[in-house]
Design a protein around this ligand. Structure first.
Ligand code: PXP
Length: 241
């Protein structure tokens, strides 16, 4: 299972003072050295964390699996098409007023541009994933639209009280089976932590997790190398070593 570290909130911290510190590219390198398999970033319409110059530097300076998370808009697709060899992208819903991505895409009700965005990124040679709730209807719609992967939204599971989590983890496992049965690669992410990663990492169909906010917070206490290595260890243990 790959661990892709989302470095958006390194940029949040940098932007709080408007300078160059801490540097998302340098922090991404620390994560990769500590065992991360890839780096994810979300260029939001309002550029509240990652900015266009970060995207250019991440792409130019890192030799790793980069995932560009974005809203399916003409502006974002054009930026992604300007990145030769971009490994992966993930389309997410985006609302200006939200603090973070709040729900999965409603793939069935998405406008016609989503299909065009998927086709254009696939033609660019980029693996296309759609961020969806663990819901068979949405997963089937993603497959019909030509996505190669889905990222299952783990937020409801991760935010739930501990006693409510097993049922929500079972929903994620069932959704992962549905997606894999349709030939989709299965990723998962949102809100995952040291406490909640195990049951998600134990789902065999899930080949990648994307984790950001918690790891940036944990890095304040123990540094990125320690935090990433610990997350990797928990993933390994949940996969049976
Ligand atoms: N996956 C998607 C699609 C997201 O939008 C986010 C948040 O940017 C994440 C994963 C990572 O979530 P978190 O920062 O809570 O780990």
């Amino acid at each position: 299972m790959r661990l892709s570290v989302n470095i958006d909130h390194v940029a949040t911290l940098r932007n709080a003072r408007g300078g160059a510190h801490p540097c998302p590219v340098a922090m991404a390198r620390l994560c990769l050295d500590a065992g991360a398999d890839g780096i994810t970033f979300h260029l939001r319409e309002d550029r509240r964390h990652i900015r266009d110059a970060d995207v250019r530097r991440l792409h130019a300076e890192l030799r790793t699996r980069l995932t560009f998370e974005m809203a399916a808009t003409p502006e974002m697709v054009a930026i992604a098409e300007g990145l030769p060899g971009l490994a992966a992208c993930c389309f997410v819903p985006e609302k200006r007023e939200e603090l973070t991505t709040e729900g999965g895409l409603d793939v069935r009700r998405a406008g016609p541009f989503l299909a065009e965005a998927i086709a254009r990124m696939a033609a660019h040679g980029t693996e296309v994933s759609l961020f969806v709730e663990p819901d068979a209807v949405q997963i089937e719609a993603a497959a019909r639209l030509g996505a190669q992967a889905v990222e299952l939204h783990t937020g409801r599971y991760a935010d739930a009280a501990p006693e409510a989590r097993p049922a929500l983890a079972a929903r994620l496992a069932e959704a992962a089976r549905v997606a894999a049965g349709l030939g989709l690669a299965v990723h998962a992410g949102h809100g995952l932590s040291f406490e909640t990663i195990g049951p998600v990492a134990a789902i065999p169909e899930i080949s990648e997790v994307s984790i950001g906010h918690f790891l940036v917070g944990a890095a304040l206490a123990e540094g990125f190398p320690g935090a990433v290595a610990r997350m990797r260890g928990l993933i390994r243990a949940a996969r049976g070593g």
